[in-house]
Every structure is written in C-alpha cells, then in structure tokens.
Design a protein. Structure first.
Length: 266
C-alpha cells in the first residue's frame, strides 16, 4: 500500500482520534501540570521540555511578553507553564482532547491561553510574523510530509524568531518490532528510512494498528528533519541528543534516540 492510498486528511483524522483516546487515558503527554508548577513559574522558576532532559542554556531564556506558538503540543504541559512565566501563548493541536487539557489548566489557574484545533502543516490561520518563538516537541512523526511544517513555521515567525523542535533519530524506525527479537536483544533491520506505517507495514499489520486505534507514524530522515529546516530558510544555531529514559526498542539502549534543534529565522 502506498502513502497515496490513505489521503493526508484520513491520516489526520485517524491520528486526531488516536490522540483523543490517549488524552482520555492520561498518557505521558496528556497529564496536566500541577498548581505548584504554575505557582513556581509565576515566580520565575520554570522549565519546559523538548526531550526528557532540560533545554540547553540560552535556548529559551526570559519569555515575558514573547508571542509563543506551542505547535502540536497540547496536553496541559508546556503552554500553561509558558503562560504563567509571562508569555503570550497560542496552542495548535489536532486533538481537541489534548487542547482541553490546556484549557482546563488555564481555567484552574486563571491563565490566558489561545487554543486552536488544526493541522501542524497548515498555519494559514496566522498572519506572517505572528510569533517570536515556536515550541514544537516531538510530534511531526504523525504527518507524512514535514516540509510544509517547516515552511509554515518560517512564515509565521518574525525575523530573528526561533524554532525549537525535537524528533526521533530515524534509526528507531529501522528495526523489526517483533517482541521475540526484543526479548533476545536483537536488532534486526527491516525497514528503510524514510519510514511510513502506511507504506511499509503489511496490510494485516496496518489493519491491526488502525483497528486498535494506534496513531499512524512516519519516520522522517535527517534530510527531511534538519535539511528541511534549512531549505525553508532557517539557520541552525543549536543541536543536541538525548537518551530515552525508558527504552522501548533495543536500539534505545545503545545511542541517544531523541534529537532537538534550535533554529533562527534570519
């Protein structure tokens, strides 16, 4: 099956529903921050994460008065903290349930947040140069083509604005995920990058994943992830790797599989 046999809107709708279900079960990325976290942020003691470790120094300094777009990062975590720290925050996410977590924290803590349900590839609701910073934690694996994401980010940032993003090292998409191999600690290459659930799984595997309500994923190459940002016009200012604290795949035990970039619009 090719990517063209499932249209982009169908992928979007499937993944929207998958994330609505994950939010309902309070998955790791759907657990709103506590009142204490917000109280500390109001006093200037705060942190947000692109990966498990803290952001490098200087990646996101004083945010007071800055216009920040939390892109595909609903869930009641980053956006409320940034708002409490003094930023003007907008959250765009495909999942209404994820956005509802941000709205709940905002109501509970008296914060001002703008939430918009939408597709990360289509930021046409925003005017040019609408934001000073875009905060985009791991999420672009849920869209088949990420170049429109980088292009849209470039347009809506002001000159000198920053894009902070994270994504998986594409090596995580290569290995066969048969639990028997994982039990033996074997990395058996099966898939080629760029990877696509829609194209690379067998029809039976894909049908099983769809019927179980799991999100469909796409393993983008570094050329698409980093090269795509450069092609959109960004200048890369920072890069780091991070370890997976709870390895899901055998490869996670041997190298950092989280990657993060700090890019500027000239």
């Amino acid at each position: 099956m090719s990517d063209s046999q499932i249209s982009h809107p169908d992928v979007l709708e499937h993944n929207r529903a998958a994330w609505d279900r994950q939010a309902a079960t309070k998955c790791e990325w759907s657990r709103p921050v506590s009142a204490q976290v917000i109280a500390s942020a109001r006093l200037g003691d705060w942190a947000v994460h692109l990966t498990p470790c803290a952001l490098p120094e200087g990646w996101l300094p004083d945010v007071r008065g800055r216009r920040i777009l939390c892109l595909a990062s609903g869930g009641g975590q980053q956006a409320p903290v940034l708002s409490a720290a003094g930023a003007h925050v907008t959250v765009l996410d495909a999942s209404a349930a994820q956005l509802a977590q941000d709205e709940m924290v905002a109501r509970r803590e008296g914060l001002t947040l703008t939430t918009i349900q939408g597709d990360m590839r289509d930021l046409s609701t925003f005017a040019d140069a609408s934001f000073d910073c875009i905060f985009h934690p791991i999420s672009n694996l849920y869209v088949p083509d990420i170049r429109p994401v980088w292009q849209a980010c470039f347009r809506v940032l002001r000159a000198g604005g920053s894009l902070l993003s994270s994504f998986y090292n594409p090596v995580v998409f290569v290995e066969d995920r048969d639990p028997a191999y994982a039990t033996q600690g074997i990395i058996r290459p099966r898939f080629k990058v760029p990877y696509s659930d829609v194209r690379d799984l067998t029809s039976v595997e894909l049908a099983r994943k769809q019927s179980s309500g799991e999100a469909l994923v796409f393993g983008h190459s570094l050329g698409e992830q980093i090269g795509g940002q450069l092609e959109a016009g960004f200048v890369l200012k920072g890069f780091y790797e991070d370890e997976q604290p709870n390895p899901r795949f055998v490869i996670d035990r041997f190298l950092p599989t989280f990657l993060a970039t700090y890019a500027l619009k000239p």
